[in-house]
Write a protein that binds this ligand. Structure first.
Ligand SMILES: NC(=O)C1=CN([C@@H]2O[C@H](COP(=O)(O)OP(=O)(O)OC[C@H]3O[C@@H](n4cnc5c(N)ncnc54)[C@H](O)[C@@H]3O)[C@@H](O)[C@H]2O)C=CC1
Ligand SMILES: CC(=O)[C@H](N)C(=O)O
Length: 387
């Protein structure tokens, strides 16, 4: 039986069917103009097919607004997942972005669009989800972050390393475009720290960092070996009003909540610890712009991205301009050791050159946005409690 071929060959199939249909028509119906039109249509179909296959071997589904990609986000109830889901639903439609996690969603998240249970360690379960929901893109967020990973190394190995094996193998089997975030934590004390270039020695000293280097290398290997459309951004500390999941850069979120609540904050890093950072809106835009960049434009599969670098002291001074009379004290703990091994300034010039990355938020804009976000969140919580 002759049926439509596998995805990716459909355009060629459709255009060849179209061609033979024209062939079957009596010759007298053709005028020169019809023939030119037919020829032009074939040419357009072929050139679209060519550009779709250029570089990565898979069609770029998102290039057609009438055929948006179906996206699965793993670990989507964390600090980044909820915001990324909202952003991508805004672009591709609510039903096309499926959130998943192993924890229970809030009512608010549950009511915003499709949510399913997905354990990244259950390969068969993931296969079923990809098939039944006709997934095209996989955004793989499940992970244990740097500080929490050190508290449970065996679990971090399972979730961060076995989990990535499953995600990447799944993407290969079903020809998915896959995004796996990496981090400044994929570098270590032997890397140049100011600035840290895209390609440098990577000898991280946390299990989190080790697992992220592993993910970068495995993804690059699958790209070269199988043509997998693997994409990876190394994010700095991401700052948003949502609660972070146990990282070393979390202080830069907690400080806003604490000073707006009590006027005080005790920081677990020393005042002069410089780390690269980014506001959530820049993070979402970086991810999306990177995902829709045609494969042919990418000179590599893993890019550093950043927006700014600051110390806790500099951040506190910037906040004090808007929230006067705050008191910040410093009591470094084990996270200081991690921070001291990470980049201070991230060099993301490759991302800027290759696919046009530009950040929008510097420290002043970040503080204004965060004071606004956290105050609004507080007011909302207060009015819900009042009800
Ligand atoms: N937030 C940040 O500053 C940065 C985050 N990233 C990366 O971005 C990704 C998302 O980060 P966040 O949202 O901050 O992390 P998070 O810790 O807030 O969220 C991780 C999510 O993974 C889920 N998870 C844990 N075990 C799982 C399993 N077995 N199956 C499925 N899900 C599981 C958790 O329930 C949680 O909701 C991570 O891969 C992280 O390494 C990278 C650089 C910076
Ligand atoms: C920068 C990260 O990867 C994360 N926020 C962490 O601190 O672990």
């Amino acid at each position: 039986m002759v049926g439509p071929p596998a995805e990716g060959h459909q355009l060629l199939w459709a255009s060849s069917v179209g061609y033979s249909r024209y062939q079957a028509l009596p010759l007298k119906v053709f005028r020169v103009a019809d023939l030119i039109r037919m020829f032009r249509r074939q040419l357009v179909a072929l050139s679209r097919l060519y550009s779709q296959y250029l570089g990565n071997g898979y069609p770029d589904r998102n290039s057609n607004p009438h055929d948006p990609p179906r996206i699965l986000i793993t670990g989507s109830l964390g600090q980044l997942g909820v915001e990324v889901a909202r952003f991508l639903r805004g672009v591709y439609g609510q039903e096309n972005v499926i959130m998943s996690d192993i924890i229970k969603p809030s009512n608010e998240v549950f009511n915003e669009g499709p949510f399913i249970f997905a354990d990244i360690l259950d390969f068969k379960g993931l296969q079923e989800i990809v098939v039944m929901h006709r997934i095209d893109w996989l955004i793989h967020f499940s992970a244990l972050l740097s500080a929490i990973g050190e508290q449970n190394v065996p679990l971090a190995i399972r979730v961060n390393i076995e989990g990535v094996h499953n995600a990447i193998e799944l993407a290969k089997q079903y020809k998915l475009k896959i995004f796996v975030p990496s981090t400044i934590g994929a570098f270590g004390p032997e890397s140049p720290r100011n600035p840290t270039p895209n390609v440098a020695v990577q000898r991280p000293k946390t299990i989190y960092g080790v697992s992220k280097v592993h993910a970068e290398l495995l993804g690059e290997y699958y790209f070269h070996r199988y043509g997998l459309d693997f994409r990876c951004l190394r994010f700095p500390g991401v700052i948003s009003s949502d609660p972070p999941g146990g990282g070393t850069t979390d202080y830069a979120v907690a400080i806003f909540h604490d000073v707006l609540q009590t006027g005080r904050f005790e920081c677990y890093l020393s005042p002069d610890t410089r780390l690269p950072m980014m506001y959530i809106k820049d993070c979402l835009r970086a991810l999306w712009e990177f995902m829709v960049t045609p494969s042919a434009k990418l000179k590599r599969r893993v890019y550093n991205v950043t927006a700014m670098s600051f110390t806790p002291e500099e951040l506190a001074a910037e906040i004090a301009k808007q929230v006067p009379e705050i008191k910040v004290t410093y009591r470094p703990d084990s996270r200081q050791l991690i921070a001291d091994s990470w980049p201070q300034v991230f060099d993301d010039s490759a991302a800027r050159e290759d696919w046009g990355w530009r950040h929008e938020y510097d420290i002043t804009k970040l503080v204004t946005a965060m004071v606004d976000d956290v105050s609004r969140q507080k007011r909302l919580r207060h009015s819900v409690n009042e009800l």
